[in-house]
Design a protein around this ligand. Structure first.
Ligand SMILES: Cc1ncc(COP(=O)(O)O)c(C=O)c1O
Length: 354
């Protein structure tokens, strides 16, 4: 039996994508060669890269004047690259501190210049999204995290930004519509809504680079990757191929607005049960709740063993909460079927009757 995979990342991918990907590993394009043993400069792979980049543009309605890159090093390397490429020597940037990943991004930037923290939810263990802060003009850039994977909070309305706006969208990209033109740089590790771990999507506006006064190593310089169309060195061919398949899958479902609607329904199904059932409580501020990562606790710890047995027996996997929050975290990314969430909800209801 295929498990109901609620893992936070690497996480569930559409079944048909996994099927197509496994076929391509054995025999790509009926050429009797594996996708992962052909040259990345070969026409068939260049087509994959080109198609993946175009699907990103199409699905997110990326306006002209942006480059699409598939890099390596995870979102964690972007924490550093953003600061290296955008923060002037002796410069200043502003960050929101909304969770463990934001904190890591802040730490990298602090090594290179001054960081001001504009919104900070660490006082309540990151259970809410800070709002109402004013972003100053005289900084190099503003950085935020759209969805806090560990704490289950999500920015619903992005702030007005008078300077460059950079966003880590690792755990909610392609799950909802975004206005790309409001951002100057977006990055996202692939391993939630895009594909397997191993590539990081970067969407970057032309003209924002080369202003720091800093000389960069080629691999850490976005201009290197832009000028070589994301092919400066051997790209992660398999993750990019699977990303292309996942983006095609989203397109076939009706695009990002269609999947956003489905995601809202799926999240509502689970949050409604958490709010209705006296045995459970959500950890995140209601208005800031993430539609991707649903964090909740049992109100009666004496039920813990039974609940764990019940979901385990039902083939549910990956819902243990992160150690810094405890309880449970159901990650319900794009590829998570509504039926799997219904099974979890049924178990929560059965637990109440027990
Ligand atoms: C929001 C967010 N940012 C950054 C990261 C780090 O990504 P990576 O492991 O690709 O470096 C994660 C990982 O889960 C994440 O959820």
């Amino acid at each position: 039996m295929k498990k109901h995979n609620f893992s936070a990342g690497p996480s569930i991918l559409p079944q048909e994508v996994l099927q197509q990907a496994s076929e391509a590993v054995l025999n790509f394009n009926d050429d009797n060669l594996s996708l992962i043993e052909i040259s990345h400069r070969s026409h068939p792979f260049m087509e994959v890269m080109y198609k993946a980049q175009n699907l990103v543009k199409e699905l997110l309605e990326v306006p002209k004047g942006y480059s699409i890159l598939f890099l390596q090093g995870g979102a964690s390397l972007e924490f550093l690259m953003v600061a290296l490429n955008l923060m002037r020597i002796d410069g200043k940037a502003a960050y929101t501190n909304t969770g463990a990943w934001a904190k890591k991004a802040i730490a990298e930037a602090k090594n290179l210049g001054e960081v001001i923290i504009l919104g900070d939810s660490s006082d309540k263990n990151y259970t809410y999204i800070p709002k109402g802060y004013e972003i100053p003009e005289n900084i190099d850039y503003f950085h935020c995290t759209s969805n806090n994977t560990i704490y289950g909070t999500q920015i619903k309305k992005f702030p007005n930004c008078p300077t460059l706006m950079v966003c880590d969208m690792s755990s909610d990209i392609f799950s909802r519509r975004i206005e790309v033109s409001n951002f100057d740089l977006i990055y996202a590790g692939a391993q939630k809504n895009i594909g397997p771990a191993g590539t990081t999507l970067v969407i970057i506006k032309d003209g924002i680079l080369g202003k720091t006064g800093r000389k960069l190593p080629a691999m850490l310089d976005y201009t290197t990757h832009i000028s070589s169309k994301s092919m400066f060195n051997t790209p992660p061919v398999f993750p990019i191929y699977v990303s292309m398949l996942t983006l095609e899958w989203i397109k076939n479902l009706g695009g990002v607005s269609a999947i956003e609607k489905i995601n809202q329904e799926k999240a509502k199904l689970l949050y409604d049960e958490i709010d209705r059932n006296p045995l459970f409580e959500g950890t995140a501020n209601k208005e800031d709740r993430s539609n991707m990562n649903v964090c909740f606790l049992l109100t009666d710890n004496s039920k813990e063993t039974l609940f764990n047995e019940m979901w385990n027996d039902a083939g549910i996997s990956g819902i243990k909460g992160h150690r810094s929050v405890g309880g449970y975290r159901a990650s319900i990314y794009n590829a998570m079927p509504k039926q799997s969430i219904q099974i979890l909800v049924d178990i929560m209801q059965k637990l109440e009757q027990n």
